[in-house]
Write a protein that binds this ligand. Structure first.
Ligand SMILES: Nc1nc2c(c(=O)[nH]1)N[C@H]1C(S)=C(S)[C@@H](COP(=O)(O)O)O[C@H]1N2
Ligand SMILES: [Mo]
Length: 327
C-alpha cells in the first residue's frame, strides 16, 4: 500500500490517534487515494520543504499581543515540528505529506473575497490584507481532534478587524470560510476524502471574538505553505480543523453553514467543535492529549482543558448552551 511504504520511517501515533479521522478515511478511501500515489513519487523527487532553512520565508514584523489570553506561557513547539507534522488534506493524508507536497501551492497573487450579508463587500489582495491592521504575535495552543497539541507563535490580527471593515448586516449570523481547491497544485483533491473546497464556519460572535486570529505567519515569518499560507484562521479554543488554511473567501450568512468535516461525518464533527475533555468523540476519548515534541511515544499525556484553556476568555459565548448537544 503506497501510503504505508511512503511513510515507513514515520513514528506511528499512539492512543486515540490510531483511530484518528485520517486513518478512518484512509480505510474508506484507500482505493481512490492509491491512484494519487504515483504523483507523491513525482513530487517526492523535489526538495523536501522541511529541509529548507526557515529564512527562506519572509519576516513579518509584529508587536506582542495585548489581547487577553493571547500569550500562552507554555513551552513553544519547535518550528521543525510545527512545519512537518501537519494536517492539510489537499496535500495528502499523512502528517508528513503537506511538508513534502505543499511547495506547489501558489501564494502570489492571492485575493480574499469578503462577501455575503455585508454592506461593503470587498476583494482584498494579500498585500492589502497584510497591511489592514497591525500584525501581532500571539502564542496559542492548538489542539487537534486526533489527540495531539502544539504551541505556536502565530502572527496576524483579530479577524474582527476585517469583518468590521465590510460592515456585517443585522441579518448576518454566521461566517463561512472557503479555502483554495486547485486540482493543478493540490494532489489531495483527486481523492474524494472531503467535499472540496474545504470549508469551515463560525457563529458571528465567535468570529468577532478578539482571540479569533486571521493568521499570516508564525515564528516571526510568513506561513510555510503546509501551515496554510498565505492566510489562515486560528481559533485556539476549538479543535484544529476549524482553523481553515489558505482562505480565498469569507462569507457572511444567515444560517449555520455546513462544513467539510460535518459533511464527511455528521455525527463525529459538529459545528461548534469546542475543545472539551468531557465530550468524547464517538470513537475515542478527548480527555487527554500528547504535546508534540514532548518525549515522543513515552511522554505522559496531558489532561485536555475545557475550551483548550481559554475558558476565561470564551466561556461566556456558550452560556446556557448544552455542550453535549452542541458538540
Ligand atoms: N484547507 C485545510 N485547512 C485545514 C486542514 C485541511 O485539511 N485543509 N486541516 C485542519 C486540521 S485537522 C488541523 S489540526 C489544522 C492543522 O494546522 P497545522 O498543520 O498548522 O498545525 O489545520 C486545519 N486546517
Ligand atoms: Mo486536526
Amino acid at each position: 500500500m503506497l501510503i504505508h511504504t511512503r511513510d515507513s520511517g514515520f513514528i506511528h501515533p499512539h492512543g486515540s490517534e490510531i483511530t484518528s479521522k485520517s486513518v478512518y478515511l484512509r480505510r474508506r478511501e484507500m482505493l481512490q487515494w492509491a491512484t494519487v500515489g504515483s504523483l507523491g513519487g513525482v513530487l517526492g523527487g523535489r526538495a523536501v520543504a522541511q529541509d529548507k532553512p526557515q529564512t527562506a520565508l519572509r519576516a513579518i514584523p509584529a508587536t506582542k499581543s495585548t489581547v487577553s489570553g493571547a500569550m500562552a506561557s507554555d513551552t513553544l513547539t519547535s518550528f521543525q515540528d510545527a512545519s512537518s507534522y501537519n494536517n492539510y488534506y489537499e496535500f495528502g493524508l499523512e502528517k508528513s505529506d503537506p511538508a513534502r507536497n505543499a511547495h506547489t501551492l501558489q501564494t502570489r497573487p492571492w485575493t480574499v473575497r469578503v462577501e455575503g450579508l455585508v454592506n461593503k463587500p470587498q476583494t482584498l489582495g494579500i498585500e492589502q490584507l497584510l497591511k489592514l491592521s497591525a500584525q501581532e504575535e500571539r502564542i496559542y495552543r492548538l489542539r487537534c481532534v486526533e489527540g495531539w497539541s502544539m504551541v505556536i507563535p502565530w502572527i496576524g490580527y483579530s479577524l474582527s478587524k476585517l469583518l468590521s471593515l465590510v460592515e456585517p448586516m443585522g441579518s448576518a449570523k454566521y461566517v463561512e470560510f472557503v479555502t483554495l481547491a486547485d486540482p493543478k497544485t493540490m494532489p489531495g483533491l483527486r481523492a474524494g476524502v472531503l467535499d472540496w473546497p474545504y470549508t469551515e464556519g463560525l457563529r458571528l460572535d465567535e468570529a468577532m471574538h478578539p482571540l479569533t486570529l486571521l493568521g499570516f505567519g508564525m515564528y516571526g515569518r510568513e506561513l510555510p505553505s503546509q501551515n496554510g499560507a498565505p492566510v489562515r484562521l486560528v481559533v485556539p479554543w476549538k479543535y484544529g480543523f476549524k482553523s481553515a488554511k489558505s482562505i480565498v473567501a469569507i462569507r457572511l450568512v444567515e444560517r449555520e453553514p455546513s462544513t467539510a468535516w460535518n459533511k464527511a461525518a455528521r455525527n463525529e464533527y459538529g459545528f461548534y467543535s469546542n475543545v472539551n475533555p468531557d465530550v468524547s468523540h464517538p470513537r475515542w476519548s478527548q480527555a487527554t492529549e500528547r504535546r508534540i515534541g514532548e518525549g515522543g511515544l513515552f511522554a505522559k499525556r496531558r489532561k485536555t482543558q475545557l475550551f483548550n484553556g481559554y475558558e476565561a476568555q470564551v466561556g461566556q459565548l456558550y452560556a446556557g448552551m448544552d455542550l453535549r448537544k452542541n458538540y
